[in-house]
Design a binder for this molecule. Sequence first.
Ligand SMILES: Cc1cc2nc3c(=O)[nH]c(=O)nc-3n(C[C@H](O)[C@H](O)[C@H](O)COP(=O)(O)O)c2cc1C
Length: 202
Amino acid sequence: MDTNAMFKIGYGLYVLTAAENGKDNGCIVNTFQQVTSDPLRVCVCVNKANYTCGMIERTGVFNVSVIDESASFQLFRHFGFQSGKEVDKFAADIDAPRCANGVRAINSSTNAVICARVVQKIDLGTHLMFIADVTDAVIKSALETATYSYYQRVIKPKPAKAPAKKGWRCLICGYFYEGETLPADFICPLCKHPASDFERVQ
Ligand SMILES: Cc1cc2nc3c(=O)[nH]c(=O)nc-3n(C[C@H](O)[C@H](O)[C@H](O)COP(=O)(O)O)c2cc1C
């Protein structure tokens, strides 16, 4: 089985935001999509280890900002490579006004914002899948949505030169694991993706 086939799925990329007890947070996801049109429902899968996951589980409310092709790698680093458990991702001057549901949404590098309220939660083991009613939606620009393959081809920086050592490189964020064998249960310390998302570097 070639699990690289998963990279052929036409994912978009999103900033998933939540708010709880005066704290705002958000993370990058690719697992967001519409599931029904009447009622208008969406779903998103969030790793239980992510701070955003618990916030959504407890509050039942989230927003999704659809990332467009003007986004820089810094946006992915900010929301995707660090956790709200350790940093306040909204402490800096981030252009992210609060929507009517009380949850913030990024205002630049996004072509649409979708606000949602959870109606069902499915436990998938490592992840929770939230199925939610769309409570509001707004188009922000005419720019194209940044797909996962666009992120890989254009946004993610290329390594300056091949590392001299043997190891494994995370296909998602570029993290390098030095060593002959990558443990099967290895989780990328930067973006939390599993061993199946690493490629061998000779
Ligand atoms: C391109 C990309 C796609 C990602 N997709 C998902 C996803 O679909 N679900 C998820 O739970 N985490 C995903 N992540 C990882 C989270 O964004 C990351 O673990 C983040 O630091 C979690 O932040 P938090 O702990 O503040 O919630 C993705 C990261 C990147 C860079």
